[in-house]
Design a protein around this ligand. Structure first.
Ligand SMILES: CC(C)(COP(=O)(O)OP(=O)(O)OC[C@H]1O[C@@H](n2cnc3c(N)ncnc32)[C@H](O)[C@@H]1OP(=O)(O)O)[C@@H](O)C(=O)NCCC(=O)NCCS
Length: 174
């Protein structure tokens, strides 16, 4: 099944609900998107509201992939920096594909749509993101053209005694 990607779609209640369910389902399937399973939609909602407020404010772009039925199946956020010396690159975050659709190439399509969204902005030279170590995600991002440029050992505590590296990946756009 192919997904249809849009950038900055209208933030209506059905999109909000779809994103909330996606983020909850991805987390509960073991995804590394800012939480540790198990979570409920109520656990995730404040983080989603903060991300969507940034989208509404214009500082962040939202990439959404929908399946044939229009259900929200994949998403990524692209945030501008506010620091005056770092305006030339963007942060990607909350990159996720619904568990029922993972492993079919949609993640790579999502990152291609995210890259295209970044390239459509003037003056953007790179996309940067941080990912949780120990899950093989570096290999996923490498398959999308990103290179590992840094790693902070043990910076992410997923549980007492289970610290993961915070791995920095970079995609230069020129
Ligand atoms: C990470 C994620 C977005 C990848 O999407 P996907 O649709 O499963 O990935 P694709 O099918 O497009 O895979 C592209 C390539 O990356 C590889 N890959 C995908 N997920 C991987 C993982 N977790 N570890 C290692 N390699 C992975 C695939 O094997 C494939 O490589 P190949 O072409 O050599 O076979 C998706 O698995 C996901 O949503 N995971 C949970 C959320 C998460 O952890 N997000 C990362 C936030 S930093």
């Amino acid at each position: 099944m192919s997904l249809t990607f849009t950038v900055d779609p209208v933030l209506d209640p059905s999109l909000r609900e779809g994103l909330l369910q996606l983020w909850t389902d991805v987390t509960n399937a073991g995804g590394a998107v800012g939480f540790v399973a198990p979570v409920t939609p109520d656990d995730v909602r404040p983080a989603l509201d903060a991300q969507l407020a940034a989208v509404a404010g214009g500082g962040t772009r939202l990439v959404v992939g929908r399946d044939r039925d229009g259900a929200v199946a994949a998403t990524a956020f692209l945030a501008r920096n506010t620091h005056r010396l770092q305006l030339h690159w963007l942060w990607a975050s909350t990159v996720m594909v619904h568990p029922r659709l993972q492993g079919e190439g949609h993640g790579r399509e999502l990152m291609a749509a995210t890259e295209a969204a970044a390239r459509s902005l003037d003056g953007i030279d790179a996309i940067r993101l941080g990912c949780r170590g120990g899950l093989g995600l570096e290999r996923f991002y490498a398959s999308c053209g990103y290179k590992e440029v840094g790693r902070v050992p043990g910076a992410i505590r997923v549980a007492p005694g289970d610290d993961r590296d915070d791995v920095t990946m970079l995609l230069p756009l020129h």
